[in-house]
Design a protein around this ligand. Sequence first.
Ligand SMILES: [Zn+2]
Length: 464
Amino acid sequence: MSLANKYRPNTFDKIIWQDHITHILKAQMKNEQRNNHNYLLFGPRGTGKTTAARILSKAINCLDLQDGNPCNQCANCSTINKWQTFDYVEIDAASYTGVDNIREEILDKVPYPPTQLKKKIYVIDEVHMLSKSAFNALLKTIEEPNSAVWFIFATTEIHKVPETIVSRCQVFNFKKILKETMTPHLQNICNLEWLSFEDEALNLISDISEWCVRDAVKYVDQISVFGSISMENVSNFLGIAGEAMIKDFLELIKSKDREAIFKKIDEIHDQWIDLLQFAKQNIMYIDKNIMSDIDFFISVSEIFSEIIATAKYYPYPTILYKIAINKFLWQNNQVVNYQEPVKQENKIKENKTEESVVTETPISEEKNQNEAPGVESKEKEILNQLIEKVESKTLKDSLRDHIFIKNISDWKAYFVVINKIAEIALNRDDTKSNLEEMISEIVWENITIDIQFQSKEDYFSSIL
Ligand SMILES: [Zn+2]
């Protein structure tokens, strides 16, 4: 059995960090204060909502309640533990979103009394995923009091659950599990399993699990194969960096030595460190230490936010780091004439630089990209309208800085992109089709987009 299953709590007392909830639930079970039969459990992923729902279901039905906890021994507890009853139903709403499914699975069966258990219980996980009509059908059911049927809803996104449902439930807010609680929990499991461990390694696991106990225990399980939960095994197995490496890296950025930073990025990558995880770790480190160097940390955190935001569209994380860091260095050197790349055409012509494409080049004071010669005004106007229309800030910025409309003819808009990341983002199906829809609305024709990549230099030489 995996450690995650073995140590999954089966009583309220074993749930960590949610005492404010388990105390109330236990009291309700003991005192049979059971007026409202609908529960809504919400909170981040991995905080114990589904586990609590299962324990609550057993407690409601338990024949031998132990101080409000289910006994896990009686006939009713074991039937639920072994999934041997139709009176206890767990549904993941993500796969049953439609009204027909909900009706078939639940609502049609509600009027029938339980066959084995004291109460029939429906647990609907990720309930916010239900369709509007499914919610309406559900609402009718929970409005009619039926003391033999209990609903337990769980969700990570309570704001997507209709107020009409929320207001008919007892709502419980599950808290994020802090490292201070998570690490001792992991220590405890290691002790029970006779696993040797380093505290620092367990701290690191707590950090990267982002409050999810299940993930943390799963990592301990996986790393235990190597013998011990040591720093070395953790970073080798999970591809994560130790705190010293993060600290050094941030200091290197502060030194503004671009060459050394770039070299370091390659080194880190060569050590099989997961660079996306590394970006997240840097943010966590910054968050934790922000007061020690507040201005630097706030500005440097933008590098990592940018990396995290773009990483999933881009297969080469090292260049992503270099682009983001390069931009950061330019901005923080306070290069007064740092400007958007689009305004630099004259400079490039006179003085073709050998710098890589990632280098932002300083240029004139002119503010308006629309002054760029050679670009037809109709296309500029359409591009501007497009910039107005799109909602995503990143896409807005890309359209402003890295994307041009060369021309529009025969129902085709020819886009030129001068930045690789922007090209990848633009080529995503949904982005492209959204833009096509918008352009079509602007010009009142059915337009498709053709995307072409050109280096900055080539593009600006071509329009001169
Ligand atoms: Zn029991």
